[in-house]
Structures are given as structure tokens and as C-alpha cells.
Design a protein around this ligand. Structure first.
Ligand SMILES: [Zn+2]
Ligand SMILES: [Zn+2]
Length: 297
């Protein structure tokens, strides 16, 4: 690759403005995260932020970038141990190590703690349901942890690729409810606010940032991803982004514009109640997590 257009050192990443060295690229990446945070007013002074921290590449970069930005807030990293044999133990060790290096308080909560079973045990008869079960229970676990540490918000490592994939997946599934739900639709009083500081950063840049800053260790891939629709969408969109750079941000921006033009749906103002079983906020008798668990237990 060419030289950094700002200082002439060896470049590691090409941005739209030109190639950048490790140092200038890191600054550029952190600026992008800071811009996303202010664009969506994600952080208020003095906030206590529960950072969903799987130990994987995105959430590791998220935690490191939030530390570097010196925001006026407190960070607590929370790792959810789903109980996935041959995968989780290594990532938990990596997570512990990273949190220690960054000097961030670190907590671990497990599926076993919250529902008595590991993900492997829950999925024994229906592995193809993995991502939806895991996603629902992970949200529940993070919410519980965030309440326990009295957090103002929960930050997750979803990057631009994840956001754009979700937009496309909602259309592929014909899921109009989700396709038209605003990003903030779970911002009712009973829910803890969710923020996604990497939502405008591509996965490619996120991984490059992790590599430049020695944050990443090689980790196994989750064994359940082979069942996920997301995997195909990820491949297609990755190819499109490569051939037509800017595809991902156009999908995310297009969706944002579409939502801004929609009349506020009545559904969004619906007053939430509490789950009869666990007390989590929900509009139904049972919350999504308890419904999942009833089916699986
Ligand atoms: Zn430079
Ligand atoms: Zn419940």
C-alpha cells in the first residue's frame, strides 16, 4: 500500500480521503466513533455504561475505543457466558485479559445463572434455533446485568455491517414489523437505553483498528453460525461493499431516512407492562425470553 497522506509513513488502511498509517488511521477511526456518539446523542455526562463485551473483535474494539475517547462516563464491561462448548472458554479468557489491560471493571453473567441451563443444553434438540434463542437470552442477561450495576445505557459492538445486514434480513424475511421499527423502539421507560457506538464504522475498519492496536487474538468461530441466514447476507453485502464501496452506509442511511418519513406508529407509544414470570418489560403476558424458554425447557 501507498504512504500515509498525512505523514508519509507506511499506510495500513485506505479511507475515502486517502491512505493512512496506523497512528493516523486509529485517530480517524476513533473520530468516526465519536461522531456516531454525538450524531445520536448516545452518551450524557456522568453516564454509567454497561458495555456488552463478548471478547470477540467488535466488542473488544468498542471497549478500547470508548476508553481512548475519554468520555465523561464510567464503563463496566459485561461478558455473557452462553455456555457454548469449545468456543466460549477461550473468548472469556481473552475478555478477562483485555478488560484487565484496559483497566475496566469486568463482570461475567451466564445463561446457567439466569435460566439454569447452558445454550448447548437448551438447544440439544433444535440447534437451528440457536441465533434467535441466543440473541433473546443474551439481551435478557445484559439487561439484568445492567440493572444490577445501575447502568444508564447498554453499549453493544454492532458495527455498520451488522446494521445493514439487519435491514436487509428484515426485508428478506418479510418482517414488516421489524423493518419499520425505529432503532429506538425499545427506548420505553422500563428498558435500559441501547447504544451502538460502532454503528457507522465498517467491520473492515473495525478489524483493522483492532489489529493496529494489538487488541485481537485469534479466536474460534461460534459453532452455531452455520445455521444463520445472516451468514449468507454478510457474504453478499461484503461482496457488494467491495465492488461498490459505500453500499453499507447507503443501506443504513436509506433506512434511517425511510423511518424518519414514517408517521409515528401507534405501536411505539404502546404502554409496556411486565412479564408475569420474570418481571422484565414486555407488551405481552410473557417476555420474549420467557416465551423462548417455555418452548425449550
Ligand atoms: Zn500518518
Ligand atoms: Zn419473562
Amino acid at each position: 500500500m501507498a504512504d500515509c497522506y498525512l505523514c508519509g509513513k507506511r499506510a495500513v488502511f485506505r479511507t475515502e480521503d486517502g491512505p493512512l498509517c496506523a497512528e493516523h488511521f486509529s485517530k480517524w477511526y476513533e473520530n468516526g466513533v465519536a461522531n456516531a456518539i454525538s450524531r445520536y446523542s448516545m452518551v450524557n455526562p456522568g453516564d454509567r455504561i454497561c458495555v456488552g463485551f463478548s471478547g470477540g473483535k467488535d466488542s473488544t474494539v468498542l471497549l478500547a475505543a470508548l476508553c481512548r475517547l475519554n468520555l465523561d462516563c464510567e464503563l463496566v464491561a459485561v461478558t455473557v457466558d452462553e455456555g457454548i462448548g469449545g468456543y466460549r472458554d477461550d473468548t472469556i479468557l481473552a475478555a478477562k485479559d483485555t478488560a484487565l489491560r484496559l483497566g475496566v471493571e469486568h463482570r461475567i453473567v451466564s445463561f446457567k445463572d439466569i435460566c439454569g441451563k447452558t445454550l448447548d443444553e437448551l438447544l440439544a434438540n433444535s440447534p437451528q434455533a440457536a441465533c434467535s434463542v441466543c440473541g433473546t437470552l443474551r439481551r435478557r442477561a445484559l439487561n439484568a446485568a445492567a440493572r444490577e450495576i445501575d447502568a444508564d445505557s447498554i453499549a453493544t459492538g454492532h458495527c455498520l455491517d451488522d446494521e445493514s445486514q439487519s435491514v436487509v434480513m428484515n426485508y428478506l424475511r418479510g418482517d414488516v414489523t421489524r423493518a419499520t421499527a425505529s432503532f429506538n423502539s425499545n427506548s420505553g421507560d422500563l428498558f435500559i437505553r441501547r447504544i451502538k457506538p460502532l454503528c457507522r464504522s465498517t467491520e473492515r475498519a473495525t478489524v483493522a483498528y483492532g489489529l493496529c492496536n494489538n487488541l485481537l487474538v485469534p479466536l474460534p468461530e461460534c459453532p452455531y453460525t452455520r445455521y444463520a441466514l445472516r451468514k449468507d447476507v454478510r457474504t453478499w453485502l461484503g461482496k457488494l461493499e467491495y465492488e461498490k464501496p459505500g453500499t453499507l452506509i447507503r443501506i443504513a442511511d436509506g433506512q434511517e431516512e425511510l423511518l424518519s418519513k414514517m408517521p409515528k406508529a401507534e405501536g411505539e407509544k404502546k404502554i409496556l407492562g411486565r412479564c408475569e414470570k420474570c418481571g422484565e418489560p414486555t407488551s405481552n403476558k410473557l417476555c420474549a425470553a420467557c416465551q423462548q424458554l417455555e418452548r425449550l425447557m
